[in-house]
Design a protein around this ligand. Structure first.
Ligand code: MN
Length: 751
C-alpha cells in the first residue's frame, strides 16, 4: 500500500469509530451523518492541518467529541463534520442548504469565523459575539464550538507560538468560563488545563511533576480516610460509589496564586466524592404529564433524603465544620449544579472536602446540558432554559454596542458569582456578586433605574452605590427629577444596568446633539456656508474633531462656542487638506506578521523597534513574556500571566508578537518585593544591608511600616533577572524576624 492508500484507510478507520459511537441513532439519522462525512471528506480533500495530517481528521475528531463527550444528536454530529467547509473550502452556502437544509446551514454559519475583515476593532470579540447571536437561536452552536475548540486545544502544539497564545488565552478568557456556566464541567476543566499548559508550560509541568511525586502518599491517605466510611455507608443499604478526586492542575495553580502559597501548602488537592445510585423510575412513557411530574417529584425527594442520610453518616464518623456545609440540593446553583458539600476533619487532623450527590446529579455536573437531555424534566429544563434566555436577553440588549464592550459585559455578567436579593414583596432577584442598589433598580425596570435616588435595604436608608449582600431586602426610592448620569456606569455590575444607563445617556446626548446641529446649521447659514458633508468634514479636520456627533454635542452643550467658525470662514482655500482615516487594523496585522517571522529579541540596543515594559506587571528577564504591537509605542512587553495580557491576547490576537529575552545581561529592571515579619530594632538596617551587599542590585525605594509589633515593607529594586531576584529573596528570608518575602505583582491587584 502506498502513502495515499494508507491515509485513506486511516480516514476511514476514524470515521468508522465515529459511526460506532452513533449506533443509537435511527437509520435515517445515520444516513444523514454518512452524507455529511462524504461531503466534508470530499471538500477537505488534499488539504492538510499544520501537523501535516489530512484536514478531515479534525472534523471527524470534533464530531467524535460531539457524539461521545457531549452526547448530542445526529444533526449536531453532521454539523460538526461540516463545520469548517464554508470557511476553508470552495463549498458554498447554497450547497449546504441544498444538501442538508436550513438548520444545518444556520449552525455552520454560526461556527464560521469572519476573518480578514479589518473594519472590526477586535476580530476575536466580533466572532464571539456572532457565535452567541446564533447560539441564542440554537444552543447546539456553542456546544459544537466547544468541541471544535477542545480539539484545537488538544492539538495546539502544532501552531506557531503567537497563534498558540491567542487561542489558549481566548479559551481561558471566554470559552472555559462559558462551558462552566453551562455546566459542562469536564470540558471546562480540560480547556483550563490545556490553556495553562500552553501559556505557562514551565509552571504547568512543575505542578504536574509535584502531583506525580505526591501521588502515592495522597492515595494512601484517601484509602485510610475512606475505609471506615465505606463500612458505615454499607450499613445504610444504599448503593454508592466512593471516589477520591484530584483537583485540576489549573485550579491548584489558581489557589497557589490567590493565596500566595507554594504547592506544599495547598491542602485540598483532592475531594472525596460519594455518588449514590437510585434507580430512575421506569415505564415513564405510559404516564401523562401530570403523573410524570408526580413520579419525578417523589424521586427527587428520595434523592434528597438519601443525600442527607449519607451526610449524617459522615458527620457522625468525622467531626465536621458546620460553616462549611454547602447545600446545593435545596438551592441549586444557577448553572443547575446540585450536591451537598461538607468539610470534615480526618483522624490525622486534616480537613477533607466531601461531596455527596446522586448519579443523576453527578451526570449533570460532569456533562451539563448533554446529560440534561437524558433526564429531561421540568425543573432541570428550567435551569438551562433560563441560562439560554439570559444569554438571549443579554445579546438583545447589547446589539448596538461595540463587540469588545459586549464581550467584557458578557464576561462580567455571566461568569461571576451571584447573590440572592429580594423585593419588598419577596420576589427573588439574582444579581452578580458586588452588585449595587442601582443594579437592583435596573433589574426591576429601566424607568426605576433611571429615576433611582437610593434605597431602603433591610429598612436602612442607603445610597445608589450601596453594595448588596445575600438575602438583602431592597426597596428602591425614586424621584421624577432624577436623571441618569455618566458616573453611574461605574456604580453598576450588571451588563443590563450599564447598557440601560448608556442608552439613557445616549438619548440625552442625542437630544443635545440635535439641538447643536440645528444651531450649527443656523450659524453656517449666516456665514454663507452650505452644510454639505464635504464642508462639514473639512471643518472637522480644521478643528481636529473626530466625529460629527461629538461635535454637535459640544455645540449643543456650549462647549464649542460657535464664534470660532467666524475665523474659519475667513480662512482661504482648505480644499487641499486630505481626510485621513486613523484606524488601520490591516497594517497592524501586516507589521505583526512580518515581526513574527522570527522570534523578537528584547534588547536595549535595538534601535529600529522600541520595546516598552508594561507597568501593570513589570516583567523582568526570566519571566514568561508576550509582546503586543502598538504603532504608536512599538512593542509592549507583559508577563504572560498578567491579567491585562490575557485580555489583550483574547481580544487582539492580531497584535501578539513572539518575544524572548536577550541572553546578555545589560539592562536594569524594576521589580517590587513585599516583605513582612516581626518588628525589632535594627531590622530595617539588616534588610537594606542585605540588598546593598548584592552587587548588581540597586534600590529605588524602600517603604516600611510598623504596626503592633508587625512590620510590612515594600521595596522597589533595579535588578537584572528572576534568578538574581530569587537569590535575593532567599537571603532576605533568612533575616531574623522576617516571615515572608514575595515578589510583588501589580497584576494580582488588577484581577
Ligand atoms: Mn474547526
Amino acid at each position: 500500500m502506498d502513502a495515499t492508500e494508507l491515509e485513506k484507510k486511516a480516514i476511514l478507520n476514524r470515521y468508522k469509530a465515529l459511526y460506532r459511537s452513533c449506533k443509537h441513532f435511527s437509520k435515517e439519522e445515520l444516513k444523514f451523518v454518512r452524507k455529511a462525512f462524504n461531503f466534508a471528506n470530499n471538500a477537505h480533500k488534499d488539504i492538510r492541518r499544520k501537523s501535516g495530517e489530512p484536514y478531515i481528521f479534525h472534523p471527524i475528531a470534533v464530531a467524535q467529541i460531539v457524539a461521545t463527550e457531549i452526547g448530542l444528536d445526529a444533526t449536531s454530529v453532521a454539523c460538526a463534520l461540516l463545520h469548517d467547509v464554508i470557511e476553508d473550502t470552495v463549498a458554498e452556502e447554497e450547497d449546504i442548504r441544498r444538501d442538508f437544509g436550513e438548520t444545518v446551514l444556520k449552525i455552520i454559519l454560526g461556527l464560521t469565523k469572519i476573518s480578514g475583515v479589518f473594519e472590526y476593532e477586535s476580530e476575536q470579540a466580533e466572532n464571539f459575539r456572532r457565535m452567541l447571536l446564533t447560539m441564542s437561536d440554537d444552543i447546539r452552536v456553542i456546544l459544537i464550538k466547544f468541541a471544535d475548540r477542545l480539539h484545537n486545544m488538544r492539538t495546539l502544539e502544532h501552531m506557531q507560538p503567537d497563534k498558540r497564545l491567542k487561542i489558549a488565552s481566548e479559551t481561558l478568557y471566554l470559552y472555559a468560563p462559558l462551558a462552566g456556566r453551562l455546566g459542562l464541567y469536564n470540558i471546562k476543566t480540560e480547556m483550563e488545563d490545556l490553556s495553562f499548559k500552553f501559556t505557562e508550560p514551565e509552571e504547568y509541568s512543575k505542578i504536574l511533576s509535584q502531583m506525580r511525586a505526591t501521588r502515592f502518599e495522597r492515595e494512601k491517605f484517601i484509602q485510610e480516610f475512606i475505609a471506615p466510611l465505606k463500612l458505615e455507608l454499607m450499613k445504610t443499604g444504599l448503593n454508592f460509589e466512593i471516589k477520591g478526586r484530584t483537583k485540576s492542575i489549573y485550579s491548584i495553580y489558581r489557589k497557589m496564586q490567590a493565596q500566595n502559597i507554594p504547592f506544599e501548602q495547598v491542602f485540598d488537592l483532592f475531594a472525596i466524592r460519594i455518588i449514590i445510585d437510585i434507580p430512575e423510575p421506569y415505564m415513564r412513557e405510559v404516564l401523562n404529564d401530570k403523573q410524570l411530574e408526580e413520579v419525578i417529584s417523589a424521586q427527587r425527594q428520595r434523592e434528597k433524603d438519601a443525600c442527607f442520610k449519607i451526610y449524617n453518616v459522615i458527620t457522625s464518623l468525622y467531626h465536621s465544620n458546620p460553616n462549611r456545609l454547602r447545600d446545593w440540593i435545596n438551592t441549586p446553583k444557577a448553572n443547575g449544579y446540585e450536591a451537598l458539600h461538607t468539610t470534615v476533619m480526618s483522624k490525622t487532623g486534616r480537613w477533607v472536602e466531601v461531596q455527596i450527590r446522586t448519579r443523576r446529579m453527578d451526570d449533570i455536573a460532569e456533562r451539563g446540558l448533554a446529560a440534561h437531555w437524558k433526564y429531561k424534566e421540568k425543573s432541570q429544563a428550567n435551569t438551562f432554559d433560563k441560562i439560554v434566555s439570559d444569554i438571549r436577553n443579554m445579546v438583545a440588549f447589547q446589539q448596538n454596542h461595540n463587540a469588545e464592550d459586549f464581550v467584557n459585559d458578557f464576561k462580567l455578567n455571566f461568569f461571576t458569582d451571584e447573590i440572592y436579593t429580594f423585593t419588598p414583596k419577596g420576589k427573588m432577584l439574582i444579581l452578580p456578586k458586588n452588585a449595587t442598589v442601582l443594579d437592583f433598580a435596573y433589574e426591576i425596570h429601566g424607568n426605576i433605574g433611571n429615576r433611582c435616588i437610593g434605597a431602603k435595604v433591610n429598612n436602612k436608608l442607603v445610597g445608589r452605590d450601596y453594595p448588596l449582600s445575600n438575602g438583602d431586602q431592597v426597596e428602591i426610592l425614586t424621584s421624577d427629577k432624577q436623571q441618569p448620569e455618566e458616573e453611574w456606569i461605574n456604580l453598576v455590575k450588571t451588563a443590563k444596568a450599564s447598557s440601560m444607563i448608556k442608552d439613557a445617556i445616549k438619548s440625552q446626548k442625542k437630544q443635545i446633539a440635535e439641538k447643536g446641529y440645528d444651531m450649527l446649521v443656523q450659524k453656517l447659514k449666516s456665514l454663507n456656508i452650505e452644510p454639505t458633508h464635504k464642508n462639514l468634514s473639512r471643518m472637522q479636520l480644521y478643528f481636529k474633531i473626530n466625529d460629527l456627533a461629538a461635535w454637535n454635542y459640544a455645540i449643543g452643550s456650549g462647549k464649542f462656542p460657535l464664534h470660532l467658525l467666524d475665523e474659519y470662514a475667513k480662512t482661504p482655500d482648505l480644499k487641499k487638506k486630505k481626510i485621513v482615516d486613523s484606524s488601520d487594523n490591516k497594517s497592524i496585522s501586516e507589521v505583526v506578521k512580518r515581526l513574527n517571522k522570527d522570534m523578537q529579541t528584547i534588547s536595549s540596543t535595538t534601535k529600529n523597534l522600541r520595546f516598552e515594559y508594561a507597568f501593570c506587571c513589570n516583567p523582568i528577564p526570566g519571566d514568561a513574556i508576550v509582546g503586543f504591537y502598538f504603532p504608536e509605542k512599538g512593542i509592549e512587553v507583559h508577563q504572560i500571566k498578567c491579567a491585562n495580557a490575557i485580555k489583550l491576547m483574547s481580544h487582539h490576537g492580531n497584535r501578539i508578537v513572539n518575544v524572548k529575552w536577550n541572553e546578555q545581561k545589560e539592562v536594569a529592571f524594576l521589580a517590587g518585593i513585599k516583605i513582612n515579619g516581626a518588628d525589632r530594632i535594627g531590622i530595617v538596617k539588616d534588610i537594606t544591608n542585605v540588598i546593598s551587599a548584592e552587587e548588581q542590585i540597586n534600590m529605588r525605594s524602600v517603604n516600611i511600616d510598623s504596626n503592633g509589633g508587625i512590620f510590612e515593607g515594600t521595596l522597589m529594586l533595579y535588578i537584572q533577572d528572576t534568578q538574581q531576584l530569587e537569590h535575593l529573596i532567599e537571603k532576605l528570608e533568612k533575616i531574623e524576624g522576617v516571615l515572608s518575602v514575595i515578589r510583588f505583582d501589580t497584576y494580582s491587584m488588577a484581577q
